[in-house]
Design a protein around this ligand. Structure first.
Ligand code: COA
Ligand code: NAP
Length: 264
């Protein structure tokens, strides 16, 4: 049983990049449980189709799988067009698509650094700009960028992802200011370490996840539900005067994790 009213997002349509898996799948499911039809966007159509079937069965709402690489503006525009045609509008955009891996800065190839910035930062811009042009600029709405806390302390082996998410935090504030007059709220969620996700599998190998969990002031890893609840709040009218905010949902982790490193 959720903590929000079941109809908190009734009548809304969401467009969630990265919604085929992990945290953003959880966000898509939570939106649907609160009344929103939802498009989920990623590169792998097979996984998107399976997720869409499962989420529709679980919630009774429409879930539209749409394949697009967020690095390609034309593909993003086509994905938005498909969603508008099939679901009749878009009120909430979640920019969750991202790529990451551990790598020492000195060993990272130029292309490796560029690829992560292209997915996380250019992808977020591409989707936000196209959604503004196609629907949000006329009707208003909410954008939620999925950030991180890596860049608060400069975690080792993460210069690519930390640089990308820092740029996204700046973008969140710039667009909140510029698009406020169009009644578009632009916020971010900065998850801490979230258990049972691809991100944690890639970034916390060996015993690092356990080490991190012990260092969290609330003494546990986060759950996908923790992030999904924050997203429902930011998408809902309960956050109608909240924009330009970066909501850290990490159990206090970044305050104490600064000295920890996946390098050991
Ligand atoms: N360490 C160092 N460099 C790496 C790497 C790793 N583990 N994985 C990829 N790279 C580099 C590649 O070597 C390549 O550069 P090069 O051609 O100079 O060698 C560059 O990154 C691009 O890799 P490629 O596999 O061509 O990119 P892609 O667009 O197919 O995939 C990734 C993007 C690399 C981010 C891929 O891991 C991905 O799709 N991730 C999505 C899921 C994810 O990361 N989830 C966690 C989110 S927190
Ligand atoms: P995940 O399951 O791997 O989610 C990433 C999603 O992005 C995948 O569904 C992937 O689908 C999609 N994607 C990747 N590249 C894409 C591209 N070029 N175009 C379109 N879609 C693309 O990982 P996760 O751990 O749940 O992470 C989700 C978000 O939370 C990310 O923004 C991540 O940075 C953030 N985050 C996670 C943690 C954590 O602890 N897990 C902590 C802080 C922040 P396809 O492969 O089908 O494209």
């Amino acid at each position: 049983m959720g903590v929000f009213r079941e109809d908190a997002l009734q009548g809304k349509v969401a467009f969630v990049t990265g919604g085929g898996s992990g945290i953003c799948r959880g966000i898509a499911e939570a939106f649907m449980r609160h009344g929103a039809d939802t498009a989920i966007v990623g590169r792998k159509m097979e996984r998107l189709e399976q997720t869409a079937r499962e989420l529709s069965e679980a919630t009774g709402r429409r879930c539209l799988p749409v394949s697009a690489d967020v690095r390609e503006p034309e593909a993003v525009e086509a994905a938005l067009d498909t969603t508008l045609a099939e679901l009749g509008g878009i009120d909430v955009v979640v920019n969750g698509a991202a790529g990451n891996f551990l790598s020492p800065a000195a060993a990272l190839s130029y292309k490796g650094f560029r690829t992560v910035l292209e997915i996380d930062t250019l992808g977020t811009y591409n989707v936000s700009k196209a959604a503004f042009a196609k629907v949000l600029g006329r009707k208003g709405g909410a954008i939620i960028n999925i950030s991180a806390t890596l860049h608060y302390t400069g975690m080792a082996l993460q210069v690519h992802a930390g640089s990308a998410k820092a740029a996204n935090d700046a973008m969140t504030r710039h667009l909140a200011v510029e698009w406020g007059a169009a009644n578009i709220r632009v916020n971010a969620i900065a998850p801490g370490p979230i258990g049972d996700t691809e991100g944690m599998r890639r970034l916390a190998p060996g015993g690092f996840a356990e080490k991190l969990a012990k260092s969290v002031p609330l003494r546990r890893l986060g759950t996908i539900q923790d992030i999904a609840d924050a997203a429902v709040f930011l998408a809902s009218d309960a956050a109608s005067f909240v924009t330009g905010a970066i909501l850290v949902v990490d159990g206090g982790s970044w305050l104490t994790a600064g000295g920890l490193s996946p390098m050991g």
